[in-house]
Design a protein around this ligand. Structure first.
Ligand SMILES: [Zn+2]
Length: 384
């Protein structure tokens, strides 16, 4: 257990946590957004400290008047609460070596991180990792436009946007065009994203997905490749891009939310950990062996798919949460497909395992997430 220093530690009991006192001097801390509970058996003298954890009184001042034994107990108690993310240093967010506008924008999200990942140190790690992450996104239409917007809302700010189409006035997109078809979709989204967040680093290219795609753009420095494009055919694009990503050792996310995947949450492929697109293809080839398709009278069936903008936005938001869990190191993706069924408001799920004979991913090992916490923050917490 880390012990806080009396000089630099100004304990703050986070306002997103309620505190209840039980019959036997037990304290119960309830995280309001996650419903998590932490129960602590506590001496009465320590209970009396709780109302003073206001972020204005230093640890040194809190210890004044206590005997040495009680001081040690108080220090251990606060170190425990800090480790659990219940108490933080009042200036923890200000102390992070990240741009002030970025921290200001993400105040509420940073608090959610404390609820979710635990301590200040873990939350700091996560914020720095998200701040540094570079995401390449193919397809910025009805799903991809929502994804890039939502990713930016949770702190991602470095994007490569790729789309082969010109901008349209599509009602399904979060960035509707007002400039006619003079811009590419990717350029239009990049421009409007910069208007919303002037601090984004976004590049774009008008690029149609073709088999020689790998030779046409670099994924150097990219931490995640997303496909939200369904043309020329979603299965083809997913397979092509997933193979490229795995070849580079980069996680790949196949988005749902359109065509026959309207309610799908999307699937994250983490190299060496979760099934890849080829694993899914091989799974369906085996499981559908006895199904005998009849020739359909409509040859080009792309216009036959129904759509619902809110399902596209839903799938995009689900996808962003999956991606976020990965960057928070919470990802224990079991592999499988989840699909929301609008008619009865349920979610259908089934599991797909990695295929040990998959020619694409069978021999790939798992990469590790970058650790990018600032030195200053690391030292502060290490010294505490
Ligand atoms: Zn595979």
């Amino acid at each position: 257990m880390q012990l806080p220093s009396t000089d630099s530690f100004v304990p703050l009991l986070r306002d997103g946590i309620d505190v209840y006192l039980g019959d036997d001097e037990d304290l119960v801390f309830v995280f309001l957004t996650t419903r998590k509970r932490v129960k602590v058996a506590c001496l009465p003298c320590l209970v009396r400290i709780i109302p003073r954890l206001n972020g204005n009184t230093s640890l040194g001042d809190l210890l004044v008047g206590l005997d040495p034994d009680t001081q040690n107990k108080a220090i251990s108690f606060l170190a425990y609460l800090r480790e659990k993310g219940i108490v933080v240093n009042g200036s923890w967010l200000d102390d992070l070596e990240l741009p002030s506008p970025y921290k200001k924008k993400l105040e509420r999200f940073a608090t959610f991180l404390l609820d979710t990942v635990g301590s200040e140190y873990e939350a700091s790690e996560a914020l720095h990792r998200i701040h540094a992450a570079k995401i390449a996104l193919v397809g910025v239409g009805s799903v991809g436009s929502w994804m890039v917007r939502t990713l930016n809302m949770v702190g991602f700010r470095r994007f490569i946007l790729i789309d082969g189409k010109l901008a349209t006035n599509a009602v399904r997109e979060v960035f509707p065009s007002s400039s006619g078809e003079s811009q590419s979709k990717a350029e239009q989204v990049a421009i409007l994203l910069r208007e919303i967040d002037p601090h984004v680093e976004v590049s774009f290219r008008r690029q149609t997905i073709r088999p020689d795609l790998e030779e046409q753009f670099s994924l150097d420095g990219v931490d995640l490749l997303i496909n939200a494009a369904d043309e020329p055919y979603v299965g083809y694009v997913n397979t092509l891009l997933c193979r490229i990503a795995l070849h580079k050792g980069i996680p790949f996310f196949a988005a749902g939310g359109f065509d026959a995947h309207l309610g799908c949450h999307g699937e994250l492929t983490i190299p060496g950990q979760t099934p890849c697109t080829d694993c899914y293809t091989r799974f369906f080839q085996r499981s559908l062996t006895d199904w005998k398709p009849v020739d359909h009278p409509v040859s080009d069936r792309r216009l036959g798919f129904g759509g619902l903008p809110s399902l596209s936005a839903y799938a995009a938001a689900q996808g962003v949460m999956t991606i976020l869990r990965h960057f928070l190191n919470l990802s224990e993706e079991p592999g499988g497909r989840a699909e929301f069924l609008f008619r009865n408001n349920t979610t259908d799920r089934f599991r797909v395992e990695r295929d040990p004979d998959c020619p694409t991913c069978a021999n790939i090992s798992q990469p590790t997430l970058r650790r990018v916490a600032s030195l200053k923050t690391t030292q502060v917490l290490a010294n505490a």
